[in-house]
Ligand binder design. Structure first.
Ligand SMILES: [Zn+2]
Length: 426
């Protein structure tokens, strides 16, 4: 397999908005034709909506196509699976129920290596340095990381183990000592678990990271407070974040770190309200994805179920690529007084406090009080009255309750929600 060319320049970064839009419309048309040809699932739902054999000449045309939900794909079963069969399969985590199987084709891999390399450049990966990367099996987007690092002239390395819980933290810390990476990709929960292991064993957490100039985190949105905290504790000069979904949404922060840019060459993203109408920039809605690569499993107007918002205004970097934050999924959210509160919203409040930053925080569901935001926080109580006030004021909820988990062993996870019965050991 040929290595992707080193990118001396990246044309997409200098394109105008108009050029990006017309280029995307052409790609969408290719993707729609690909889906129509390959997928009995799309042929059926488009026929059901009287779309027939769709031709997409503009982004407005795309909006005529129905929105597809994950449940529709699961219900279609084999019919969906055969849509994009390729040599590599990935499965979504299934935290929201049944996992979805996706196929990745070689052409699609090549297409996604380009934005991955772009994000790596923005995050500070330099040629001739060592990069310690996420396991490629962890996520579909992670599968592109080794190719991207090698394509940029860096040396990719991996550690043995998974990123779940803290079981393989020692293996990660050993790999940090052995490979001395200048660049690291990981997840916030795993880096927090590594930090905790250092504290438990009396090790200075700056030691394993002493060669690291830049770190790129993915998997959970990074709060500003947590970024500052990790930079200070690990003395890593630059920590950036990536975002994305298994189905193909891909985002990276630029050097300005003012919310992630959408990689408009691989995905077209919409943020829609309950009725399927686009919401204004700055407002939250459901993230709907059209994957712009005619390869692997096709996604055309797929409701990712993520809560997301576009950011209005221009980025300081001058790039016109849209900026968007994925706040979380329904399974990492609760509804209080009619408002959807994500775990990110709560962590953002806690992470501003030096005594609370980085503590495991869980949303508590099922308390039977629709007007009360209940959270559980690891460790001993700290400034509870002030914390409740901040939560109510910032999140617009009438009342907040905090359960302190004391010495109970809790580890960071990706779901960040527990049922009230689990809280009481039920
Ligand atoms: Zn920017």
């Amino acid at each position: 397999m040929a290595a992707p060319a080193r990118e001396a320049s990246d044309p997409l970064e200098s394109w105008s908005e108009g050029r990006i839009r017309s280029w995307q419309a052409e790609r969408i048309n290719e993707v729609v034709q690909y889906a129509h040809e390959r997928s009995a699932f799309y042929r059926r739902i488009w026929a059901d909506h009287d779309v027939g054999s769709p031709e997409v000449r503009s982004l407005e045309d795309l909006r005529r196509l129905p929105i597809v939900k994950k449940q529709d794909l699961l219900t279609a079963g084999e019919v969906w699976l055969r849509s994009g069969e390729g040599p590599v399969g990935f499965s979504t985590r299934g935290t929201s129920g049944e996992p979805l199987i996706l196929w990745l084709s070689p052409a699609e891999k090549d297409a996604y290596v380009i934005p991955t390399a772009r994000g790596f450049r923005w995050a500070g990966l330099r040629p001739d340095t060592t990069a310690l990367l996420l396991s490629p099996g962890w996520h579909r987007l992670a599968a592109m990381e080794g190719h991207a690092a090698a394509g940029l002239g860096a040396r990719p390395t991996y550690f043995w183990g998974s990123l779940g819980g803290s079981e393989h933290v020692d293996s990660f810390l050993d790999a940090m000592e052995e490979t001395r990476p200048q660049f690291v990709t990981s997840t916030p929960p795993f880096i927090l678990a590594a930090l905790r292991r250092c504290e438990e064993t009396g090790r200075d957490p700056r030691d394993p990271f002493r060669h690291t100039e830049a770190m790129l985190l993915v998997g959970l949105p990074l709060t500003p407070g947590l970024r500052d905290f990790l930079q200070a504790r690990l003395e890593v000069p630059r920590i950036s974040e990536r975002g994305g979904t298994q189905e193909g949404a891909a985002l990276d922060e630029c050097e300005a770190q003012l919310e992630p840019h959408v990689h408009a060459d691989v995905c077209y993203l919409e943020v829609l309200d309950e009725r399927g109408e686009a919401v204004a920039p700055g407002s939250r809605g459901r993230l709907v994805l059209t994957k712009l690569v005619p390869g692997g499993s096709p996604f055309v107007r797929y409701d990712t179920e993520d809560v997301a918002a576009f950011f209005p205004g221009d980025c300081r970097c001058g790039r016109v690529l849209p900026r968007l934050r994925i706040f979380g999924r329904p399974e990492s959210s609760v509804v209080v007084d009619g408002r959807t509160i994500t775990a990110y919203d709560v962590r953002r409040c806690l992470d501003e406090d030096a005594d609370l930053v980085g503590r495991v925080t869980l949303l508590v569901r099922g308390s039977g009080h629709p007007g009360i935001l209940r959270i559980a926080v690891e460790g001993r109580p700290f400034a509870e009255a002030a914390l409740k006030e901040t939560l109510c004021e910032r999140l617009g909820v009438p009342q907040a309750e905090v359960t302190w988990l004391g010495d109970a062993r809790v580890t960071w996870g990706f779901r960040q929600v527990i049922e009230v019965s689990q809280l009481h050991g039920g």
